[in-house]
Design a protein around this ligand. Structure first.
Ligand code: SAH
Length: 237
């Protein structure tokens, strides 16, 4: 099995990468690698490198970069905006968004959002793990929780928002051919409050889209919306 590891360090031919305790524990304690073993390395910027274990210690170690195997492959310019829900479901949304090719993941606080706090570092770690596992060379940034009103107040004029609106019956035709930067917006379990809906409706960047006649849970809606967007406008070919 090929082991893939995300590191922060710059990667280039011959570069030596120092491992922290957690990485050393994973590679040498859990996966039982020894000096000379191969690990695929990526850092989200420089593509994927073949590397070889130099020193394997209990609390640290080194990997030596050999050659670059794959260039950096960027996802489409698609942000996922979602209202955090219960912990396990929020983790699921972040993992799936990273796998499915979001370029940025933005937890938003809406009127009916239950959680007031998120653990940004934990969610970012989930995005890293998803990239390690799915062969990605890019890791989407997970931002801190931001209030929807504040986010919309500075919204870039050229970035469309695919607003997933369960009250709609119209379909996806509004998306077709609309290339450029996008964001998908998924609401919380309680949906969007009336003033939020009015605000969204008033913005020229917003394109309301239905995901069918059934009301989906927010985590299901996030995956369905990404699949729809990716297949119409993204890199699914
Ligand atoms: N307001 C609803 C539930 C919201 S579902 C209620 O309580 O009855 C959570 C989010 O998933 C919604 O805000 C929306 O963004 C998305 N969603 C769920 N089903 C959808 C559908 N059929 N079409 C579009 N978006 C949907």
């Amino acid at each position: 099995m090929k082991i893939r590891l995300f590191v922060d360090a710059p990667l280039s031919d011959g570069a030596e990468v120092a491992l922290n305790e957690g990485q050393a524990h994973y590679l040498f304690g859990v996966m039982r690698l020894a000096a000379g073993a191969e690990v695929a390395l990526f850092n989200g910027r420089d593509g994927e490198f073949r590397s070889v274990v130099g020193h394997a210690g209990k609390r640290g170690g080194t990997l030596i970069c050999a050659e670059r195997k794959r260039p950096l492959q960027l996802p489409p310019d698609l942000w996922l905006l979602f209202a955090p829900i219960k912990k396990a479901r929020t983790d699921f949304i972040v993992e799936k968004a990273a796998e499915m090719g979001a370029s940025r993941i933005v937890p938003v606080q809406t009127r009916f959002t239950n959680s007031e706090r998120i653990r940004q570092d934990r969610l970012q770690a989930h995005a890293v793990e998803a990239a390690e596992q799915c062969g990605g060379t890019y890791v989407p940034e997970v931002t801190d929780l931001i209030q929807l009103d504040r986010l919309l107040a500075d919204w870039p004029s050229d970035r469309r928002i695919m607003w997933c609106d369960e009250t709609l019956v119209t379909a996806r035709s509004a998306l077709e051919g609309a290339t450029g930067p996008w964001a998908i917006l998924i609401g919380p379990e309680g949906g969007f409050a009336e003033p939020e809906q009015a605000r969204l409706r008033s913005m020229p960047q917003v394109v309301p889209v239905s995901l069918g006649p059934r009301i989906l849970r927010a985590d299901t809606a996030a995956v369905a919306a990404m699949a729809l967007w990716q297949s119409l406008l993204g890199d699914w070919g």
